[in-house]
Write a protein that binds this ligand. Sequence first.
Ligand code: ASP
Ligand code: MG
Length: 322
Amino acid sequence: MIDQFNSSNFPKSLDKLTESEIKRKACIAKVMTYTLRNLTSQFVNNGFEWLLPVTLSQSTDPLWPDPGASIEKRIEVDIYGKTVRTTASMIIHKLIASSTAYPKLFILSPNIRIEKAERAKTGMHIYEFSQLDFEIRDASSKDVMVLVEDAIYNLVTSLHQDMKKELITLCTSDTIKIPKKPFKIFDRCDLETEYGENWEEKISKEITDPIWITNIPREFYDFEDFKTGKWDNYDLFLPKFGETLSGAKREWEYAKIIEKIERDNVDKENYKLLLQLSKEGKLKPSSGGGIGLERLVSWISGAKHIAETQPFPRIPGIVHEL
Ligand code: ASP
Ligand code: MG
């Protein structure tokens, strides 16, 4: 990683901003508000239910194995005699919700991932972020990719119409182009061959448009074809800010889920309900993903550091009063 920042140029807390920094912050807030309204409207208009988030559960994303993970600490706390964890992602909730009462759902979900402090300098990591996290029963990867491409295309088109002034102020009206659909797709294996171990960082610097990257070895819930060894998952990468959505077709069969959980050394105790439902045949096939809202808005607004898009910056290693 290139160290672009030191503590003197990290985004500051609200009380420390200069006049011009407050103006820029307010302008980014307008872009964030517009983005939230636009994307949530698109999902609601497409028949999705909007669920409210939870922040404490026994079961949350193991964030393992994930080649991009750098978690310094996992937060667990006892309530009512049970150990709960802060939400790392709502993936487990999404799988169960989409299998039962909510076949098409999305949540503006909190994601608490206490990243290693050294990641402060990447400009693209924060220790609390928000996803527009969605899941669709019986959908394929292709269905999700088309849905996301339409969502990003519509958002950027509308931004150019309605938020011209803000984009000019942020100097991104010429650089954020309306992306061409379908977005290009790359296989992670090919990128590793071309760019080596640091393919994520290199490709993020090189691209000028959103792209998909597929076939990334990851957590047990992403679908893996045991015959070919290929993963049916997809990441949306944006210029400079990299992985802005991760998603997949999901595993739903008990035998595969348990085999993968054991292979990955993930604690079965934390996934009892998911395992029980899959054993009973009640977990349904689905696909989904989560759009990282701060990274998306960083790209649109040309943020120098992703924490610029947060009213209350969550820079790894730096804890402000608010
Ligand atoms: N939201 C992601 C998914 O749906 C999981 C994650 O947050 O990494 O696959
Ligand atoms: Mg993930």
